[in-house]
Design a protein around this ligand. Sequence first.
Ligand SMILES: [Zn+2]
Length: 291
Amino acid sequence: MPVVPAREILDRAFAERYGVAAINIVDDLTLEAVLAAATNLQAPLIVQTSLKTVKSIGARPLYAMWRARADEVPVPVTLHLDHCPDREWISTCLRTGWNMVLFDGSELDIAENTRQTIDVVAEADGYGAQVEGEIESVVGVEDGIGSEEGGMVHPVEVSARFIEATGVYSFAPAIGTAHGLYKSSPHLMPERVTELVETHPIPMVLHGGTGLSEEQFTDLIARGCAKVNISTALKIAFVEAHRDYLEANPGKHDPPAMLAHVRAAVKEMAERHIRIFGSAGKAAPTTSTVS
Ligand SMILES: [Zn+2]
């Protein structure tokens, strides 16, 4: 089973109100570890790449690595391009085979963002791919994109009009979460998710989840956040596992042992989130696959 269109994973998650982990991988080890976590828990999974990761590995090598791994797993999986303000890279990834893209036009004014998102939706349609839209930048820098400044939050009606005008498949509303680690407990605006879903029942996307409590996750998922992005938590698990191993084994030079330790930490992090989000056991047989 294999790679399926993103909508196939998210339509059901949204209808049944569970969350699908959308995990930003950074290399082959993290890719393999998160796929192993989803397989172990019989969960659907979205693998994400930041634009920075695509640029550093290259779209074609990264995609080849993805397919080589993903085609072997027994659960439905799909590939998403996270925050991408660059239309050229959106086109490159769609052409290469990514199943879903986040066109991040949050730096543009809404009229221009709307106009460009309409183009991206049309382009993605040609590949059977889905588009996530965003008009408010998520606070915090993630892989070189975004800013530490609090972004502008528009009235819900503005987001609703954007969704309607563009036909985006999913939407990332500003709800008070931030990329990176929280310095103090965030003030969330979960009612924005409910209000948007009531007027436009499409999957909402939760960004900046690292550091939220289990209750905050499950509440937002119940309101319609079907895609839950995980980026910072993977970076922490990945880097700290290297550090732990090296501190515990100062004289050792055994890469496979170190990498096995890192893989276990990343897999555990992914499994923990999949369980909280309620998608364990939801890997139903699928009807269509992506060639
Ligand atoms: Zn994000």
